[in-house]
Design a protein around this ligand. Structure first.
Ligand code: PLP
Length: 390
């Protein structure tokens, strides 16, 4: 029998793969399932970006191996976007790495920086992919609880000194998956101070950087004085431009971390298909009206969802950003038992909070990934189960 390497033993089955499997079984059985479980944008990529790859794919320049670590024009495009959006200066040559979606960077940074015995500080609840790179590096995790009473921000003063002594890397993520929270500038300032004091590299996951509600424009970690000295930011086109299937993301900031990520990628891959890089540059440099429109769509959906939830007595503070809603589980249920019940009885897929860490217990996550009418229908179906005192 084939024996996997030790490092594979730390990798659980991908959480979302299990979720998708359960939903697909219901669909295969002929049910009309409303899937609010996975974070997969439901709308197509804007047409000007699709046209761009169609044209670029005919260009023989892109049929060859692309340059190691990607085409300079794409690095310039992301640097220009950060300047316009956040007034952040980035040197395209040394402060930008092109990734196969943000996800690969989350795994690579852990392998670039962590040795066995090192600690990575991870938000709990948090995006499960933060755990994977740490497991592959043979390192350990120390969880930073995100509590509702602290607006789902970690409280650095509560972390154990014994963990801090070994900590080399930390993940933060605002707008947040799964809680829908956003972070103020003061939080990022505290994070830079904390990272300097403890010698920890900050990995800010800005996957939902374009999606802030009620007039809030999400703040980039890199806007914080001193941020580039202590860390990097991950940014992705997946959510901002409905390009999840295209697999384009970036790591931005600290030169040494970017050098390490590029070095690792030069061994794994020869960068992305040039046609995708050309279209990604189009996305970043063309009119950003599609991004504003996308944010407005999610905000309308959020408003429709919370109005519907209130009507069945499922009360929660509306999310501030990202496309997730984080809702308390009613008495008598765990997050998993509620998710199972909603799938079986209402044919609505939600993600159980426990899948995001032990502090996710007591909540389920709903994505704003269907039309307002479907979101309202999902809530009506849930309302019929009489789980709440309306
Ligand atoms: N980070 C967070 C918080 C996410 O929710 C996701 C995707 O769901 C990603 C990173 C990865 O995105 P991608 O690999 O598509 O860039």
């Amino acid at each position: 029998a084939i024996q996997p390497a030790e490092r594979m033993k730390g990798l659980p089955t991908q959480f979302f793969a299990t979720l998708v499997g359960k939903a697909n079984a219901q669909i295969a059985a002929g049910h009309d399932v409303i899937n609010l479980g996975q974070g997969n944008p439901d709308r197509p990529t804007p047409p000007h970006i699709v046209t761009s790859i169609q044209e670029a794919s005919a260009n023989p320049l892109y049929h060859k191996y692309p340059p190691f670590s990607g085409f300079p024009f794409l690095k310039q495009a992301i640097a220009q976007r950060y300047k316009e959006d956040h007034n952040v200066d980035l040197d395209p040559d040394t402060e930008v790495a092109i990734l196969f979606g943000g996800k690969t960077g989350l795994i690579e940074i852990a392998q670039c920086l962590l040795n066995p015995g090192d600690v990575c500080l991870v938000p709990d609840p948090g995006y499960p992919d933060y755990w994977s790179g740490v497991a592959l590096a043979g390192a350990e995790m120390a969880f930073m609880p995100l509590r509702e009473e602290n607006n789902f921000l970690p409280d650095y003063s509560q972390l154990k000194q014994s963990d801090l002594d070994r900590a080399k890397l930390m993940f933060i993520n605002y707008p947040n998956n799964p809680t829908g929270a956003t972070a103020p500038a003061s939080f990022y300032e505290d994070t830079v101070t904390f990272a300097e004091k403890n010698g920890v590299v900050v990995a800010s996951d800005f996957a939902y950087g374009a999606i802030g509600f009620d007039g809030q424009k999400p703040i980039s970690f890199l806007q914080t004085p001193g941020a580039k000295e202590v860390g990097i930011e991950f940014y992705t086109l997946s959510k901002t431009y409905n390009m999840a299937g295209w697999r384009v993301g970036f790591a931005l900031g600290n030169k040494e971390v970017i050098r390490l990520i590029n070095l690792m990628q030069d061994h794994y891959y020869c960068s992305l298909f040039g046609g995708i890089q050309a279209a990604a540059a189009t996305a970043l440099t063309a009119s950003q009206d599609c991004v504003t429109e996308l944010r407005d769509v999610y905000e309308s959906r959020r408003n429709a969802l919370y109005t519907a939830l209130a009507s069945i007595g499922w009360n929660a503070k509306p999310s501030q950003g990202s496309f997730f809603s984080w809702l308390p589980v009613p008495k008598g249920h765990s997050s998993q038992s509620l998710a199972d019940l909603l799938l079986e009885e209402a044919k609505v897929v939600v993600a159980p909070g426990v899948g995001f860490g032990t502090h996710g217990e007591g909540y389920v996550r709903l994505g704003l990934l269907s039309s307002e009418a479907r979101l309202e229908e999902a809530v009506q179906r849930i309302g019929k189960l009489n789980l709440f005192n309306s």
